[in-house]
Design a binder for this molecule. Structure first.
Ligand code: XMP
Length: 511
């Protein structure tokens, strides 16, 4: 972000790095994560107001331990080292790091020197999350102790003159009391930031810079109805209006009313909105397919074919818009953290469409920031707070083969489930919730009649990263309302079950 105050986060493979970046941004200061291998010249070029070293699993004495250029300490830029970051600072500047007999782990009371600018406004004791085996034994010259615990003599240190600070605990996690305040103190009291990073200014500035960049050029966007592509499209729409074409492929496996909702938002806006009714085409390709991976493959490929055909009708475009967000960028290995997965949004999509450049207006934002921009842009709340929905849609929530009738049964049941969850006020605390149409039929009784119909499964999970998840403990009385409503109102469902499995061992989706 040009012209923004920047806090640069140097990544030493810590597990909470994204959280550090988010905490800094919560203080209205822009932050970016870069690998520890980033050169001094590059760092200078970015002109940060402050630098934060993350934690990390290594020991400074280990062979191949991640280290940055020691020149960084001579730049005169304030640095805060967290955990491994503090140990590295110590080691590089001539102090001693040692290995304790026992790992110190958990929320531990740390005695703080609250005359330090870092702990200004705090009591002299603070609960902090400690997670380390190595510890700083001897401080480097010029440093003074500003915190300790029973087992860790140097839990915090400072060199006021050089503006270098180290803390052994993790301020970025919720388990540390006043954690964000510590970061705020660093950013404001030590780095002297003004705090100009705001989502309202982001939206306005991005629209202006997109206008400048694209001018009279033409842009193309694949709109899925999800948050990211919708927010990206709305920024572009504001910037270039009619020169943007949004292609929305309705593959027929969306949630109830979803396609109409997307059209109601974008169909009446300034952009060229193309809704492609490809429902028959997708269902045709999926006839008799029961294997989940094959379903995914067919839908992925067909999606590209449809998009390609529509794009060809438009002819040459200058820009292809993608809803890539910052976690996608980090996960794809831009940070030093080992590449976790290559995300479908990054460098993915079509090389067959004729365009000059990719535009990714949300590349620097976290999900909650994207949602804020969405609200700024006037998108409706139901769209902005939409839960994640898999690309292959309901195809992987219908176990076994897919028919038009099954899609319609599932859409109706899923709608009731989601509606009742919102009515019960649980929609913000449950992170993903949906219905699954099993291929199990069982006997039931309706009035005086015997039925032999489908079993519907309800899935609801609480999670932050979707890598692990706990099933949501929805109160029985709410489950009862949902179950009777579904069985009464949705034909061909005579039994509802609730999935009480965590991830792992189960996955969130059933297929
Ligand atoms: P699992 O089932 O792996 O799901 O625990 C984790 C998260 O990923 C979503 N998911 C998908 N998203 N295409 C997607 O775009 C897929 O094929 C797919 N499969 C799972 C799932 O909804 C959950 O949020």
């Amino acid at each position: 972000m040009k012209n923004e105050e920047l806090i640069l986060i140097i990544d030493f493979y810590g597990q909470y790095n994204q959280l550090i970046a988010r905490r800094v941004r919560e203080c209205n200061v822009y932050s970016e994560i870069v690998p520890f291998t980033t050169s001094i010249d590059k760092i200078k070029e970015k002109n940060p107001k402050g630098i934060i070293f993350t934690g990390g699993p290594a020991s400074v004495y280990q062979e191949n331990a991640p280290k940055c250029d020691p020149e960084i300490f001579n730049l005169g830029i304030p640095i805060l080292g967290i955990c491994y970051g503090m140990q590295l600072m110590t080691y590089t500047l001539g102090g001693t790091v040692n290995r304790a007999d026992k790992r110190e782990y958990g929320t531990i009371s740390v005695k703080l020197n609250n005359t330090s600018k870092l702990f200004k406004g705090f009591e002299n004791e603070n609960d902090c999350l400690m997670s380390h085996t190595d510890f700083v034994e001897v401080l480097p010259n010029g440093f003074e102790n500003i915190g300790y615990t029973t087992n860790c003599p140097n839990a915090a240190m400072q060199n006021v003159e050089k503006k270098l600070y180290g803390i052994q605990f993790h301020p970025e996690v919720n388990h540390t009391k006043n954690g964000t305040e510590i970061i705020r103190n660093f950013v404001y009291n030590i780095c002297e930031c003004q705090g100009t990073w705001k989502m309202s200014s982001f939206a306005k500035e991005t629209v202006v810079s997109l206008k400048e960049k694209i001018g009279d050029g033409k842009a193309l966007c694949a709109l899925s109805g999800g948050v990211d592509s919708s927010v990206a499209a709305s920024l572009l729409s504001k910037a270039i209006g009619k020169n943007l074409t949004c292609i929305f492929v309705d593959h027929g496996l969306l949630r109830k009313n979803e396609a109409d909702e997307v059209e109601s938002v974008f169909g009446n806006s300034d952009v060229n909105f193309v809704r492609v009714d490809a429902r028959k085409r997708f269902l045709g390709k999926l006839v008799g397919i029961t294997d989940p991976e094959q379903k995914r493959k067919i839908i992925g490929e067909e999606f590209i074919r449809v998009f390609e055909e529509e794009a060809k009708k438009i002819g040459t475009v200058d820009y292809l818009v993608q809803g890539t967000i910052y976690p996608d960028v980090i996960e794809s290995g831009v940070g030093a953290g080992a590449t976790i997965k290559s995300h479908h949004n990054v460098g993915g999509l079509p090389d067959y469409v004729d365009f000059k450049e990719i535009v990714e207006p949300l590349r620097d934002l976290f999900k909650d920031e994207v949602r804020q921009v969405g609200l700024e842009m006037g998108l409706p709340e139901y769209l902005v707070y939409r839960q994640p929905f898999p690309g292959p849609g309901l195809a992987i929530r219908i176990i076994g083969d897919i028919t038009e009738e099954k899609v319609s049964i599932l859409q109706d049941a899923d709608f009731i489930f989601r509606d009742e969850i919102s009515k019960a006020g649980l929609d913000k605390s449950i992170n993903q919730y949906f219905a699954v149409l099993t291929n199990l039929k069982s006997v039931g009784v309706m009035g005086d009649e015997r039925t032999y119909d489908y079993t519907l499964a309800l899935r609801a999970v609480e999670t932050t990263d979707f890598m692990t998840a706990s099933f949501s403990k929805i109160p029985y009385d709410i489950l009862e309302i949902i179950s009777s409503k579904i069985v009464n109102e949705v034909k061909h469902i005579n039994r509802v079950v609730y999935d009480i499995t965590n991830k792992p061992p189960a996955t969130i989706e059933w297929e």
